[in-house]
Design a protein around this ligand. Structure first.
Ligand SMILES: [Zn+2]
Length: 365
């Protein structure tokens, strides 16, 4: 009860400041695009394709050649072959955290090291190992940053989420938060569907994909892109999922193809941002993952508390208020729980949840 009162008071105060034209801080960020790649390892982000896995994947069935497309003896070349947008644009105009070779460490603050606890942490700003300890479809008791924003007059109805995994409506607590979540095999809805949405809806029926609760990422990506063009939301969350599912199936080839495709999708999102007057130079994009995974030939497939390093993760950012430090090489410890407060600070506000982790001060000019 007490907490609720404080939150309301804080929002009212900020709203008053804003309506007088007095921003709490002089930041340029007005929009946020938050992106996650499920179970994408920091090892590939920073070193590219892994030598112990890359030639062990039945590449004959793969279009093209894994070695030709992803292999070089030089890890700096390899990572560029895998994620060109990360290593061209983010590395020159943004920031990349989590290269443990420099002691630049990012970890989950939860101890579960699987998806729901990871996403709860990113979206709520704190770990909750007591209550969030399974991937069951249970409505999140915690209020996410998306829900906090959607309750504010300035952002109400301008927050949208898209995910490949069908648990996201529960993680975001779509019911309570009022944040629309297009996830799993959800379609675009409404009476004013665009020709693109009609086509994506139809193709989603026709292309079932390999998994039950997770659709292929192109659907998630194109629904998100079309909604950004159509509704111009101020806050967008896009959760790509393929990398984790291919990894569980021991398909290292598909894991790499998917990572490379997601890099291209993120590039497309960023290029759209920088071409649209509402978003251009007023949008910060933050990218991370929900957990890490193992490193051996068998443990790379999995994650969870039984794999000691599966809590090692990474994150990246680009935007008008973020220094262009590129690959972060300073020693330090960060966590994905820090993202929620960072996002609020970029929007000129204090995050209303006291127990949330501190903001990432290096990410804000
Ligand atoms: Zn998984």
């Amino acid at each position: 009860m007490m907490k609720k009162f404080k939150v309301t008071l804080a929002s009212a105060f900020l709203f008053t400041l804003t309506s007088f034209g007095l921003q709490a801080q002089d930041y340029k960020t007005e929009n946020i695009v938050l992106i996650t790649l499920d179970g994408m390892r920091w090892q590939e982000i920073y070193k590219g394709a892994d030598s112990i896995l890359v030639d062990d994947t039945g590449m004959i069935e793969t279009p093209g050649s894994l070695l030709e497309d992803f292999w070089s003896l030089n890890p700096l070349e390899r990572r560029k072959m895998l994620m060109p947008f990360f290593w061209e644009t983010l590395a020159s105009k943004g920031q990349l955290y989590g290269n443990r070779a420099y002691g630049n460490n990012v970890n989950n603050s939860n101890k579960m090291w699987f998806s729901y606890p990871g996403y709860n942490e990113v979206l709520s700003g704190f770990a909750d190992d007591e209550r969030i300890n399974s991937n069951d479809k249970i409505n999140n008791p915690n209020v996410t940053l998306l829900e906090h924003l959607n309750k504010m007059p300035e952002y109400k109805g301008k927050v949208m989420a898209f995910g490949s995994w069908d648990v996201f409506p529960y993680i975001v607590n779509e019911e309570r938060s009022g944040v629309p979540v297009n996830a799993g095999f959800d379609k675009a809805e409404g009476s004013d569907l665009t020709p693109n949405e009609i086509l994506i809806n139809r193709m989603q029926d026709e292309i079932r994909g390999p998994w039950d609760g997770v659709r292929l990422d192109p659907f998630t990506h194109h629904y998100a892109m079309e909604s950004m063009r159509k509704y111009k939301p101020k806050v967008v969350y896009i959760a790509y999922g393929e990398t984790d599912d291919w990894a569980h199936g021991n398909h290292y080839d598909q894991y790499l193809w998917s990572a490379k495709q997601t890099d291209a999708y993120i590039k497309e999102v960023w290029e759209f941002i920088q071409s649209d007057p509402q978003y251009k130079d007023k949008t910060t994009m933050i990218i991370t993952t929900d957990h890490g995974r193992g490193t051996s030939k068998t443990s790379w497939k999995g994650h969870g508390a039984s794999i000691p390093i599966a809590g090692e993760i990474w994150m990246a950012a680009i935007g008008p208020d973020t220094p262009d430090s590129g690959e972060m090489k300073t020693k330090g410890q960060w966590s994905s729980a820090m993202i929620a407060r960072t996002i609020f600070q970029l929007l000129g506000m204090e995050y209303p949840e006291e127990k949330a982790a501190p903001a990432i001060k290096e990410m804000i000019k």
